[in-house]
Design a binder for this molecule. Structure first.
Ligand code: PLP
Length: 374
């Protein structure tokens, strides 16, 4: 199998992540924060270690401002629904995933919140900021945008958007599903108020947890109520993060995997992984464009995600043909219909290949041969 679907979830995971998860499950996986016995205490300590590792990796003020969620989607729902009130207006980029679009449609259907999209495809930073500025209304409360697109290699100038938002008194919520572990992130320096991320993509944890990182002045309303392991007599959730937001048992094995994934990135230098993924992008683009009828979308910016189509062949058929040859890619609409409209793909979408730290040029040669053979 050749795996080129790392934007969906990275595979394989580093051996050290697998070993850490196995050790957790076999040696100490008590319920964290729910007992004073050693198995609960070790689990709680590991969870704190992960908060600490993530907060220093992401430039977050304190470990307590890392909130664990089930995935990026839950983190975005918490930031969006926990911030917005009836009558608010927000701005989102034209590249947003359904994890941003659907919560806003739901709030819109309840007549609570309105939103507008701002363009980014093919635009320099200044024009993106102007597009945001033009759409601000008196009711605008926040900008919500992805850091890196999940369907192509376009990234957004998040630090410039952060500085702009704060000059205008707007909050900035960032979807880092495709950037955490690949692009540098520093919440404080980039003036990000809330950042949602997955454990299972380029941070190399396993599926089962994500996180919402809170900036200094961002405390959304909690979305869930329940046991938190502290202040059990109270009828309300605790007042401070993280317990205020983490109702119910946390996924300790997934959080331990994420901790080991972050440590592995810190030791193996994320810069060099990102550089290699860009090299793979360039090499893949060259190979694909040598095949007649292939069109690569947004080809100028290099990144970990490349989107293409072959003239006259539905994307899903290409995906299936590649799968039959043992090559894993994703075809179709990728949960991001707004982004497909912005890139002008056909209605049935396009084929996405996405790189991870274990891909090599040999994988791209195999892809090229398989596509030429069709
Ligand atoms: N946002 C973007 C840009 C994504 O690519 C994805 C998933 O691929 C998500 C959000 C949702 O992530 P998760 O599946 O971790 O909820």
């Amino acid at each position: 199998m050749i795996y080129l679907d790392n934007a969906a979830t990275t595979f394989p995971k580093p051996n050290r992540v697998i070993r850490a998860v196995e050790k957790c499950l076999s040696e100490y996986c008590g319920n964290p924060g729910r007992g004073s016995h050693p198995l609960s205490l070790i689990a709680a300590e590991q969870i704190y270690n992960c908060r600490e590792a993530l907060s220093s990796f992401l430039g977050v003020e304190a470990p307590e401002r890392i909130l664990f969620t089930q995935n990026t989607t839950h983190a975005l729902n918490l930031a969006i629904k926990g911030l917005l009130k009836r009558g608010d207006h927000v701005l989102i980029s034209e590249l947003e995933h359904n994890a941003v679009r659907r919560p806003l449609y739901r709030l819109g259907a309840e007549n609570a919140v309105t939103f507008d999209t701002f363009p980014v495809v093919g635009l320099p930073e200044e024009a993106i900021l102007q597009g945001i500025a033009r759409r601000i209304r008196p009711q605008t409360k926040a900008v919500i945008c992805t850091h890196a697109s999940n369907i192509c290699s376009i990234t957004l100038p998040v630090a410039a958007i952060g500085a702009f938002c704060h000059r205008c008194g707007l909050k900035l919520i960032v979807d880092a599903a495709q950037s955490a572990g690949i692009l540098p992130i520093h919440l404080k320096k980039m003036q990000i108020d809330a950042l949602a991320l997955p454990g299972h993509k380029s941070l190399y944890g396993i599926q089962g947890c994500g996180a919402l990182a809170l900036g200094e002045h961002f405390l959304p309303s909690p979305l869930w109520e329940g046991g938190s392991g502290v202040d059990s007599r109270s009828e309300e959730m605790p007042t401070e993060p993280p317990e205020r937001y983490e109702a119910g048992t946390l996924p300790t094995p997934a959080i331990v995997g994420l901790l080991e994934g972050v440590r592995s990135l810190q030791e193996e230098a994320p810069d060099s992984i990102a550089k290699r993924e860009k090299e793979l992008f360039v090499a893949a683009k060259e190979r694909l464009l040598s095949i007649p009828g292939i069109h690569v979308y947004a080809p100028r910016q290099e990144g970990a995600v490349l989107l293409f189509n072959k003239q006259g062949v539905p994307s899903v058929a290409i995906g299936k043909q590649l799968a039959d040859r043992g090559i894993c890619v994703r075809a179709g609409l990728h949960c991001a219909p707004l982004a497909h409209q912005a890139l002008k793909t056909p209605p049935d979408g396009a084929v996405r290949i996405s790189f991870g730290r274990y891909n090599s040029l040999a994988d791209l040669d195999a892809l090229w041969k398989a596509l030429r053979a069709e």
